[in-house]
Design a protein around this ligand. Structure first.
Ligand code: NAP
Ligand code: MG
Length: 491
């Protein structure tokens, strides 16, 4: 309703308390209608003139359009990276470190914008992007900034030199954080980079490109090109790259491995997972139930290390099931920008279809399904938290990565049985163990074939700790000192 004074003219509150009229307000998040490639320190139009839409999965509304990179754009980006590489590597480590510190600090300053954009573009709850994704991404740059001038201590008695130009391809589940995992160790060690974000979540990478420009990183050191699988493939197939770092699905990882066979390109692959979360009868059950919830419903279950296969000791199975059902009915599913939301939108229609197809397969194969009694918005892509009992290793939902808020639950009697069942998978990325006995933690975790195992907690990350898988979960490690090694040649 319009306010008016005695003379009938509308009151002008501007400059008093009317807040939305302040374009200088730095906390306002502005998404440009269109983003170009970031090549050689500049935003450049795509060779083909083609753009693709990025939408918000919670509203299905278009947020912006993004330049689509073809082979020529990828070639331009690789050439820029090649040209910049020698000078970047020649800089004293201390100077490279300063640039990385600057990126980290600017990311903290712009944390609000990054969090809001990440939640709008990808669907994850703002609580997670604000408290996990963005702070951890900044922490990654801080951590590797510290290594930049200490490589001689990282590799005593050896000389570490950069691989050269790194092609980096990332998925849509942690867009900014995965960009940080890739860029920080590469830049610290003197490599230059061409980054290819995922098709459904390009926006925080474009904000990162602006940040990198504002941080004064020399032209060509970081180049960002967007597009679909074909853009990623053009990067993999480019003849002048020295290293590929890929995070994504196991099928695409295998495809990349084949494409690189016989070529002088080193690579790391961070692929899918199907982690066992094991609850022993002596565990603090209420805490374990929270750990189960966090393990599978964090980020809608779009987590490579999600605790998607629950194993509960038989004697406490009824209690755990009762508490779990009660708890999932209390979860808030909805608007990613609402601070109270526990579970946001499924990242894309394609991913929702895949999750629903696997839920149907679980039902068809005889699993007992329990869907949380929660409401979901009408528009957008949503999946209520889902539990499956009466399942076995023979079921597709126990074997295949669902990458959604769907948990399979099996029971066991002895620790040996739990270990056998947990290891009975093609994957080997992560796992969880809940018990109050330290000796049992040691015994069980040392027999689980998985790269990361949490005890009495789940989904906790730190830049100092290496992350990566065994078997079909990939090869190589990111994070910690281990994360530097794929980016250096050692003499
Ligand atoms: P994806 O389909 O494998 O895609 C990953 C990235 O590769 C995207 O940027 C994708 O582009 C690109 N790509 C697709 N086809 C390609 C090709 N032939 N050559 C080169 N690049 C290609 O995986 P996603 O669905 O985005 O991500 C989910 C998967 O990532 C899950 O399996 C999850 O477990 C895994 N993941 C693993 C980790 C880990 O650290 N181990 C972490 C996070 C996620 P488009 O987006 O345009 O298709
Ligand atoms: Mg999007």
């Amino acid at each position: 309703m319009a306010h008016s004074n005695e003379m009938g003219a509308p009151l002008d509150f501007k400059g008093l308390w009317q807040y939305d009229a302040a374009p200088e307000d730095k906390s306002q998040v502005k998404i440009a209608p269109r983003y170009n490639h970031f090549i050689n320190g500049k935003f450049v139009e795509p060779d083909s003139g083609e753009y693709f839409d990025t939408i918000s999965p919670s509203t299905e509304e278009k947020l912006s359009e993004i330049a689509l990179a073809n082979e020529n754009d990828v070639d331009k980006a690789v050439k820029a990276a090649r040209k910049a590489q020698k000078d970047w590597a020649k800089l004293p480590g201390k100077e490279r470190g300063k640039y990385l510190f600057r990126i980290a600090r600017l990311m903290q300053e712009r944390a609000r914008a990054f969090s809001v954009i990440e939640s709008m573009d990808g669907g994850k709850p703002i609580r997670e992007s604000r408290d996990v994704d963005v702070p951890l991404a900044a922490a990654h740059f801080f951590y590797y900034a510290g290594w930049a001038d200490k490589l001689e201590y990282a590799y005593p008695g050896k000389k570490a030199s950069p691989k050269g130009v790194a092609g980096q391809i990332i998925p849509w589940n942690f867009p900014l954080l995965m960009a940080a995992w890739k860029l920080a160790p590469a830049l610290a060690t003197g490599n230059t980079v061409v980054l290819k974000p995922a098709e459904t979540t390009p926006l925080t990478s474009m904000f990162l490109a602006e940040l990198i420009r504002d941080a004064g990183i020399p032209d060509g050191v970081v180049n960002i090109v967007n597009g679909m699988g074909a853009t990623g493939a053009a990067l993999v197939n480019h003849p002048d790259i020295n290293k590929i770092a890929f995070t994504g699905s196991t099928p695409v990882g295998k495809f990349i491995q084949k494409a690189l066979a016989g070529r002088d390109v080193s690579y790391t692959l961070e692929l899918g997972g199907k982690a066992a979360n094991i609850i022993f009868e002596d565990a603090p059950i209420d805490q374990a139930v929270e750990g189960i919830i966090n393990g599978i419903f964090f980020n809608q279950g779009h987590v490579c290390c999600a605790g998607s296969r629950l194993f509960v000791q038989e004697s406490v199975a009824n209690e755990v099931m009762r508490k779990l059902k009660y708890r999932i009915d209390t979860l808030v599913v909805g608007d990613p920008l609402d601070k109270n939301t526990d579970i946001g939108a499924i990242n894309s229609k394609k991913q929702l279809d895949k999750i629903n197809e696997l839920i149907q397969a679980g039902i068809d194969e005889g699993g007992q399904v329990y869907k949380a009694n929660v409401s979901t918005p009408d528009k957008g892509f949503w999946c209520a938290p889902t539990l499956f009992t009466e399942v076995s290793q023979a079921h597709r939902i126990v074997n295949e990565e669902i990458f959604g808020p769907v948990l399979t639950i099996q029971t066991f009697r002895t620790p040996d049985e739990a270990i056998k069942k947990a290891n009975n998978t093609a994957f080997g990325l992560s796992g969880g163990v809940w018990t109050d006995k330290g000796a049992k933690i040691f015994n069980v975790t040392s027999q689980l074939r998985a790269g990361v195992i949490w005890a009495n907690t789940y989904n906790k990350f730190d830049p100092t700790s290496p992350f990566g898988g065994y078997k079909e979960s990939g090869m190589g490690r990111e994070g910690g000192l281990h994360g530097l090694t794929p980016y250096v040649n050692l003499d």
